[in-house]
Design a binder for this molecule. Structure first.
Ligand SMILES: [Ca+2]
Ligand SMILES: [Ca+2]
Ligand SMILES: [Ca+2]
Ligand SMILES: [Ca+2]
Length: 241
């Protein structure tokens, strides 16, 4: 079982924001938050310490332009959300959802202020190592993973069934690709059905195409296929008993 279900924290700002699995979740949750935050910001510039639920804006001293909003999203009295702003437009957010003092969610917005990319920390060490693309559309949505925690060195791509809830919900892994030798290209392909591994294919001769495929039933390994022809179809089959 290779699901990242338990490795990526669920979206949760507070109890009021919790929704049941399978219900649609707003894809622009925090962008909208930022907008509502902005509305709040206009009347929330307090001179005193940041109180519960309070939004605090920071303005550029020279231009007067809004550069950051901080927010106590879960109303516990401590700031947990920092939104970098370019005037009215949110650029990115850093969020400490579980209040342990380490950022565990990073949000990036597109030029329209819509949530475009969400970073997670699977190790919960304050460093993002997985990124979801909520606005990509299509039948599946992608989560990119980096074993080194480098956004520019992705070595695993997981595709989830978009009809079974959003990237923040209970996820159903459909397929995955992995770069096991660090050359930037996938050399291992996995397919899943109902969350269970179905096949794993390997590119053992580094030509970019699989040349061996293992098929599983339940957790049992039942078939090995190899020797693909020019079209990639495996010509040799060996059943495993
Ligand atoms: Ca808080
Ligand atoms: Ca945290
Ligand atoms: Ca590779
Ligand atoms: Ca190959």
């Amino acid at each position: 079982m290779n699901s990242i279900e338990n490795r990526v924290p669920h979206f949760r700002r507070d109890g009021r924001d919790r929704r049941g699995a399978g219900q649609p979740r707003p894809r622009v949750a925090t962008a909208l938050l930022a907008v509502s935050v902005l509305t709040l910001a206009s009347c929330a510039a307090s001179e005193t310490g940041q109180g519960q639920g309070e939004v605090r804006p920071t303005y550029d001293k020279v231009t007067g332009r809004l550069t950051q909003l901080t927010y106590d999203a879960n109303n516990d009295g401590g700031v947990d959300t920092w939104v970098d702003m370019d005037g009215a437009r949110p650029l990115q957010s850093r969020i400490d959802q579980n209040g342990d003092g380490k950022i565990d969610r990073w949000e990036q917005y597109d030029e329209n202020g819509v949530l475009a990319k969400v970073g997670f920390s699977r190790k919960d060490d304050g460093k993002a190592d997985a990124w979801a693309f909520p606005g990509a559309g299509g039948a599946t949505y992608l989560i990119e993973l980096s074993s080194t925690g480098d956004e520019h060195q992705i070595d695993r791509w997981e595709y989830y069934d978009a009809s079974r809830g959003g990237y923040d919900d209970k996820r159903t892994l459909v397929r995955a690709e992995e770069d096991t030798d660090g050359d930037g290209r996938p050399d291992k392909w996995e397919t899943y059905e109902g969350g269970a591994i179905q096949t794993v294919a390997f590119d053992e001769d580094h030509d970019g195409a699989p040349n061996r495929r293992l098929t599983y039933r339940g957790s049992a390994h039942v078939l090995i296929e190899s020797q693909p022809d020019a079209s990639g179809r495996f010509t040799k089959r060996r059943e495993v008993r």
